[in-house]
Design a protein around this ligand. Structure first.
Ligand code: GUN
Length: 291
């Protein structure tokens, strides 16, 4: 069994980006600038955005965090987005999800200039991805592809089962794994809350990508020998013995599933750090496209 070490690979990627930024600086070019908008005070979202900003500092990018109150109206957020669209100094930006209920997420994501949409959530970019055109690929799916690629995990002709159809992970992942190319060329099954007899499906999978958000959902009995297991779950489970009062728990019963798997991502230290590295990669791409 091989651990797919997202922490190590993401550090390698950050080192590669740091080198590229140094070269840009040496040539007198502007360095990439990422902005992140966060609405409200959700603890997990604040942690993620904080990590994104710190990652920018580490690779030499500029970053701007825009914090808006929980009572921000849709119009106010749309005005902020327009400001970021027009601001020539910002190469790419993200709107951290989820948004408070008074705001229509789809409307907001459609307001982002596709050329600055480093999350790849705008329908134009999502459509390009589905049509094999060059575009920003959403950071978490992009990170999973990169991890499979760097470990040389074979995906061609394999049966990939994706659990969860979210717009951020499950749906794009199901498209990417079935695309022509590497990683890709899999036969994909997308499962969700209405899927019947999920064990029958997962136990036939060569590759399982779980993005459900239910701690320890995937048990050893649901997995065949030598399967590749990608755990996208990052649920905060209350735990009084931990200093933060919670522990981060994946969708996979790691202790038992890892005994059967050929490759498996840990939580934490698997997919999570890859997401941040690929957001940086998309931001670098956005900068290069604006030159
Ligand atoms: N919320 C959970 N994951 C993501 C992500 O990748 N991007 C944004 N903007 N929000 C998220």
């Amino acid at each position: 069994m091989t651990i797919l070490d997202g922490k190590k690979v993401s550090n390698d990627i950050k080192d590669e980006i740091t080198e590229q930024v140094k070269k840009m600086k040496a040539k007198g070019e502007k360095v990439p600038h990422l902005a992140a908008v966060i609405v409200g005070n959700d603890g997990a979202s604040l942690t993620y955005v904080g990590s994104k900003v710190r990652a920018c500092e580490r690779v030499g990018f500029e970053s701007t965090m825009v914090r808006l109150s929980n009572t921000t109206s849709e119009i106010e957020l749309l005005d902020k987005i327009e400001e970021l669209n027009q601001n020539d100094d910002i190469d790419g930006f993200i709107i951290q999800l989820p948004l408070p209920p008074q705001i229509n997420t789809q409307k907001v994501l459609m307001a982002v200039d596709p050329s600055k949409d480093v999350d790849g959530f705008h329908p134009e970019n999502f459509g390009k991805m589905a049509l094999d055109m060059s575009t920003f690929i959403p950071a978490t799916p992009f990170g999973i592809l990169e991890l499979l690629d760097r470990y040389g995990v074979e995906t061609k002709g394999k049966h990939t089962v994706v659990i969860g159809r979210s717009h951020i992970v499950g749906r794009p992942m199901s498209i990417l794994m079935g695309r022509k190319g590497f990683p890709g060329n899999s036969t994909v099954t997308l499962t969700h809350s209405h899927t019947k007899n999920i064990t029958q499906i997962t136990s036939q999978a060569d590759i399982i990508i779980s993005a459900l958000g239910v701690p320890n959902f995937l048990k050893a009995e649901m997995v065949k020998d030598d399967a590749v297991i990608i755990d996208v779950g990052i649920t905060r489970v209350p735990d009084e013995s931990s200093p933060k009062g919670y522990i981060i728990t994946g969708d996979v019963d790691f202790e038992n599933v890892s005994k059967k798997a050929s490759y498996i991502t840990p939580v934490p230290g698997g997919v999570g750090p890859m997401t941040i590295a690929m957001l940086l990669k998309n931001t670098l791409l956005a900068r290069e496209q604006r030159m």
